[in-house]
Design a protein around this ligand. Structure first.
Ligand code: FAD
Length: 266
């Protein structure tokens, strides 16, 4: 019998997790695990703390509460740059409850929203205090036993943020890969770009060689050529029923090219 506990305060919820509890965001993955009898927990813990539902824009960053759902992201005027990303997560029933916090823990090939957060310099806050770089947080997420309270991201200007999800079934298929790029420009040339890929490793990953190859270039066919070369060796993607790792590597430059040149999906 699984226990279900609700706390008014996030610190109480974090303390209640102990060894056998799991935090419940929207439950899209937890309930599936329960339905298949695959759970490794005996208690479900959640909180009604309103802090986890807040979206706060301040200066050049915006903080998104961990319990904010994909539907709420789409409805938020402060998060309009993330609308296409939230829309790419599952179908309407999933988006109604799937949370930003839960997406940080979603296993391959899920985690599309986290790909965008990575590209936008995501920083994770946890109950009890402390802020972590999102890349570091993701790499140790399997041992994390607390509650994420929010994720803060940079607010990109104008056309500086791009996102593309490649799937076989549209509009709500699972990722063959997803790509997010934050492409700030100084006097027309790329400066400090950040790119992240989903489904190209066991977790969402930054594409550091691609970022380096783009530095100082212009966003045209010749300017991006070295970035397309760099992406070929940047990842060691897994095989799964959707695509082999070999296929993912082969098509990564094609999809990156489309994203960088703004060609859209063909
Ligand atoms: C039919 C279907 C389609 C889907 N399609 C997509 C898709 O296209 N793209 C995609 O990225 N994902 C997809 N998903 C996966 C999932 O719905 C999303 O990744 C979602 O964002 C997970 O959030 P959740 O709140 O439902 O997580 P939950 O099921 O509540 O939790 C998942 C894990 O995260 C942990 N967790 C949740 N919130 C927190 C927190 N605040 N602090 C600490 N730990 C936390 C839980 O303890 C649990 O281990 C799909 C799922 C289904 C069932």
């Amino acid at each position: 019998m699984i226990g279900f506990e609700t706390y008014p305060n996030v610190d109480q919820a974090a303390a209640a997790l102990r060894d056998d509890g799991v935090y419940f965001g929207g439950g899209t993955l937890i309930m599936r695990a329960l339905n298949y009898g695959e759970q490794d927990f005996s208690r479900i813990v959640r909180t009604t703390d309103p802090a986890l539902k807040q979206v706060e824009a301040a200066g050049d960053r915006v903080r998104i509460g961990a319990d904010v759902t994909m539907r709420e992201v789409i409805a938020s005027s402060d998060l309009s740059f993330l609308t296409p990303v939230a829309r790419s997560v599952g179908g309407p029933a999933v988006r109604n409850v799937a949370t930003v916090g839960g997406n940080l823990f979603a296993e391959h090939p899920y985690g599309d929203f986290t790909v965008a957060l990575l590209a936008l310099d995501g920083r994770v806050s946890v109950a009890g205090g402390g802020e972590h770089d999102l890349s570091d947080f993701i790499s140790s997420r399997t041992t994390f036993n607390g509650v994420v309270t929010s994720v803060s991201v940079a607010r990109p200007g104008g056309q500086d943020f791009r996102y593309h999800k490649v799937s076989r079934v549209k509009p709500k298929g699972v990722s063959v890969m997803s790509i997010a790029a934050w492409l700030p420009r100084a006097t027309g040339r790329i400066s400090n770009a950040r790119l992240a890929f989903g489904a190209m490793g066991e977790t969402p990953l930054r594409a550091l060689p691609v970022e380096q190859a783009l530095e100082g270039t212009s966003l045209d066919a010749s300017g991006i050529e070295s970035a397309l070369q760099a992406v070929i060796g940047a990842f060691n993607p897994p095989d799964d029923p959707l695509a082999s790792g070999w296929y993912r590597k082969e098509v990564a430059p094609v999809h990156l090219r489309r994203l960088l040149l703004g060609e859209g999906e063909k």
